[in-house]
Design a protein around this ligand. Structure first.
Ligand SMILES: Cc1ncc(COP(=O)(O)O)c(C=O)c1O
Length: 412
């Protein structure tokens, strides 16, 4: 049965109370017990996000002539992204609704570029590491492209040589992640860039997770390898503001080495009675609030603010790494940013996960290898001890934990 619209409206205070009640069963992210989907950068950032979002909530990024304010804010957000990621003079970018949107637009742009400038006429393909985000497969499915997923090396990083071997004349894009979501590790983008330069290929770096944290971790002294436009093979990047940029949801950036490449993204049409319509991304209407909130948070935090917030993330990750190792877990690779995944030589980590879930923790798992996975926020620095204490108990109890079809179905 479908829900029917009420015949008459209800007062807002009643609706608000009902909404808050509905949320009572949701993941407890405000208590720091959720390490996926949300980024809790603290009350100060949340307040700026909310107020800045509502200031431009009704305005529309589709109309730069009507709302030059939004255009100016978007240009400044893109400028900050490009300069953080070592883009050369003349580089261009656009804000999108999220990582999947940015990746889809980059794939479309690379395809159109390959057709126009490299004479690719057969079925185009993308060559990506097994660890790349499914957004590439979604984009490829939409555009009827082939995705060649290549196994990662023993170090869980993209295998540049194996990827090079999978390339043919119809390859429109090589993909690397900075970092990959499952392992939280930055691929060897330098090696991928070398392949791209040698074979004249388009390398896209998916920095949806890392784009707005890795530069600051490096400033804080972290050992972050080159992963951005400073490498000559990198033609485009996706970097999400609504992840480690701590901006309101619905905000990402897709960036190109030059305006000439960016032009292949823009859709320009007048084959209808409404006149010419030029849209840079898939969206028509673009929520003004996502743009204004991003602009406000970036200016509110500045370099100093981001360095401080990200230091809390890497501190939390280091404490968790130490703690889980003491419990006998093995950390996958050497994470440098805010994601950490860890397996166990004997325990069933899915059973550990179920135990943690019952204690109110909500995070992710990886399947190859089977591991627990955390995407940490600044707030997690306050709850690492509770997490580790609960994990110790969960590990103990996991031996007696029964299989649960719901979890197995999702992660089998
Ligand atoms: C590495 C990576 N790329 C892309 C995405 C897709 O981003 P979104 O969920 O904003 O579409 C994610 C999401 O977690 C990601 O981790």
């Amino acid at each position: 049965m479908h829900t029917k619209m009420p015949a008459t409206g209800k007062p807002w205070n009643e609706l608000k109370a009902a909404m808050i009640e509905r949320g009572s069963g949701d993941a407890k992210w405000r208590e720091g017990k959720t390490a996926v989907y949300v980024f809790n950068a603290g009350e100060d950032v949340a307040a700026v996000q909310k107020e800045a979002y509502t200031l431009y909530m009704s305005e529309n990024g589709l109309g730069p002539m009507a709302f030059p304010s939004l255009k100016q804010m978007e240009d400044e957000v893109i400028g900050m992204g490009l300069s953080l990621l070592h883009a050369p003079e003349g580089a261009r970018g656009t804000m999108t609704s999220g990582g999947t949107d940015s990746i889809t637009m980059a794939v479309k742009t690379a395809r159109d570029f390959a057709r126009a400038e490299r004479g690719v006429t057969g079925q185009p393909n993308l060559v990506a590491p097994f660890s790349a985000h499914p957004a590439f497969d979604k984009a490829a499915a939409l555009m009827e492209l082939e995705v060649r997923r290549i196994p990662v090396g023993d170090d869980l990083l993209a295998d540049a040589a194996a990827m090079a071997a999978a390339v043919d004349d119809n390859t429109i894009m090589l993909v690397g992640s900075a970092p990959s979501f499952p392992y939280g590790l930055i691929d060897n983008i330098g090696a991928l860039s070398d392949v791209a330069v040698e074979r004249k290929l388009w390398l896209h770096v998916d920095a949806c997770v890392g784009g707005y944290i890795a530069p600051f971790v490096r400033m804080n002294g972290g050992d972050v390898p080159p992963f951005d436009f400073e490498l000559p093979g990198v033609q485009s990047m996706s970097a999400d503001l609504h992840k480690y940029g701590y901006c309101a949801k619905g905000a990402s950036t897709v960036l190109y080495r030059s305006e000439a490449l960016h032009q292949y993204m823009v859709f320009d049409s007048e084959n209808w009675p409404g006149g010419r319509m030029v849209t840079p991304t898939l969206a028509g209407t673009r929520p003004g609030g996502a743009i204004s909130a991003a602009w406000a948070v970036m200016n509110f935090l500045g370099v100093e603010g981001y360095r401080g917030k990200h230091k809390l993330v890497t501190d939390a990750r280091e404490k968790i790494e130490l703690g889980v190792k003491k419990l006998g877990f093995e950390v996958l690779g050497q994470p440098q940013l805010g994601i950490v995944a860890f397996s166990h030589p004997t325990a069933d980590v899915f059973a550990v996960y179920r135990q943690m879930y019952r204690k109110g923790w909500f995070a992710s798992l990886t399947t190859q290898p089977k591991a627990l996975h955390l995407m940490l926020s600044p707030y997690h620095n306050e709850v690492t001890e509770t997490y580790l204490a609960d994990l110790a108990v969960a590990l103990e109890a996991s031996a007696a934990d029964k299989k649960d079809e719901k979890f197995e179905a999702r992660y089998s």
